[in-house]
Design a protein around this ligand. Structure first.
Ligand code: DSN
Length: 408
């Protein structure tokens, strides 16, 4: 119980949410559990401070210590990923992507990104998002089996001549050939942008290929596999882009940066440099692979028949159920995931034919391959019974999950 909070109504709800997180199995691929140190920095006195501007050039007094913190965050993230420049101020992944578009394109410019329903992101040119309203997005898709088709992407790029090509996804389980993407971008004189929000932690932990050295701009959120606070980062190497990238975030689209969150980002970058984090990243992938293999052996159809990352995308067509039904039945049993469209889905994003699983949370909690097998078995029993035994399995899941710490 958080005794410090005087608002007992919110206090009670935070307490209930903590219990929910502890007593369920979290399989949402984009979520994670942070260390007590990251949480502490997020809730620190730094939340009191206004610091519009950048280290050494602020619009308010009293920023000497804040400057040291933000500089440390920048230096750490550049060292972690091996780039020359970083901006640690973006409040979220959407803002980081928006800032890169502001820096590298003019309104109305054409850019090429993956279709949202094939594993892209809203900010990769969805018509309901700013990226689809103020730019002219064109989209590539994955092939029928769910794999990127680089020849097809090259063909579209050569025909459309976009100003920027976007790679990095929210529901593609496999590695990305960043070198091939760079060759395609160079062949049409386009910028290459990599939105590696999902895999940043795996990249930092050397468990997934890095876009550094290929992409002109890299963005990611810090709260997914990287296991930091909610927020985002932009990275780049070209000195000529420095002013544009800086100005795009502030004063371009944000005011005061959240220095408490920036301090928490710095803590997470430090944690990600430790040898234990490499072990964590490797285990995330091992767990995802084990979960994938177990599910396939139980008759589930996986997009690309497996995974190279933290993420699994299950196509439920052969089970004759929707993603919405599966998500609800699993959640009743305490297994929390999200419904997700599969490539060429015949159902709407509110219903879907798929579910997406990820292993960042369960790995942070200390679970390994044998626990993945147990989870696959529960998932199978719940889906096969069409949710009939969800209530019964809920008791087993609660007893099991409750034994694991949130942050092992
Ligand atoms: N909402 C995130 C996800 O779940 O993949 C993307 O930002």
């Amino acid at each position: 119980m958080l005794n410090e909070i005087m608002d007992s109504e919110i206090n009670k709800l935070i307490d209930l949410e903590e219990k929910r997180q502890k007593n369920t199995i979290g399989l949402i691929a984009s979520e994670n559990i942070v260390s007590p140190q990251v949480r502490e920095a997020t809730g620190s006195v730094l939340t009191h401070k206004y610091a519009e501007g950048y280290p050494g050039k602020r619009y308010y007094g009293g920023n000497q210590i804040i400057d040291e913190i933000e500089t440390m965050a920048i230096e750490r993230v550049c060292k972690l990923f091996g780039t020359k420049f970083a901006n640690v101020q973006p409040h979220a992944g959407s803002q980081a992507n928006m800032a890169v578009y502001f820096a590298l394109m003019e309104y109305g410019d054409k850019f090429l990104g993956l279709d949202l329903s094939h594993g892209g992101h809203l900010t990769h040119g969805s018509p309901v998002n700013f990226s689809g309203k103020i730019y002219r997005p064109i989209h590539y898709q994955v092939n029928k089996e769910g794999w990127l088709d680089y020849n097809e992407i090259e063909k579209i790029a050569k025909k459309e001549k976009p100003k920027l090509i976007q790679c990095g996804y929210t529901a593609c389980p496999r590695t990305i050939d960043f070198k091939r993407f760079k060759e395609i971008a160079d062949s049409v004189d386009a910028y290459l942008m990599a939105d590696v929000a999902h895999t940043a932690g795996l990249i930092a932990g050397k468990a997934f290929p890095s876009p550094v050295g290929y992409a002109d701009a890299i963005t990611f959120t810090t709260h997914k596999t990287l296991r930091g606070p909610r927020g985002a980062v932009m990275l780049w190497d070209n000195e000529e882009l420095e002013k544009k990238m800086r100005m795009a975030v502030f004063p371009g689209l944000q005011g005061g940066p959240m220095e408490n969150v920036i301090a928490a980002k710095a803590v997470c970058f430090y944690e990600a440099m430790q040898p234990e984090f490499k072990e964590y990243a490797k285990q995330v992938v091992k767990n995802a692979r084990t979960l994938a293999e177990e599910l396939m052996s139980l008759g589930f159809k996986l997009i690309t028949e497996g995974t190279d990352s933290h993420l699994i995308l299950i196509d439920l067509h052969n089970k004759e159920i929707t993603g919405k039904e599966a998500q609800n039945w699993l959640e009743t049993a305490g297994i929390v995931c999200n419904k997700n469209t599969v490539p060429y889905d015949d159902k709407s994003p509110f219903v879907t034919s798929g579910i997406r699983f990820g292993t960042p949370i369960v790995t942070t909690r200390g679970m390994k391959e044998s626990e993945m097998k147990m989870i696959a078995d529960w998932v199978n029993k719940i889906i096969e019974s069409k949710g009939e035994n969800s209530e019964k399995i809920k008791k087993e899941v609660e007893e099991f999950a409750g034994k694991w710490p949130l942050f092992a």
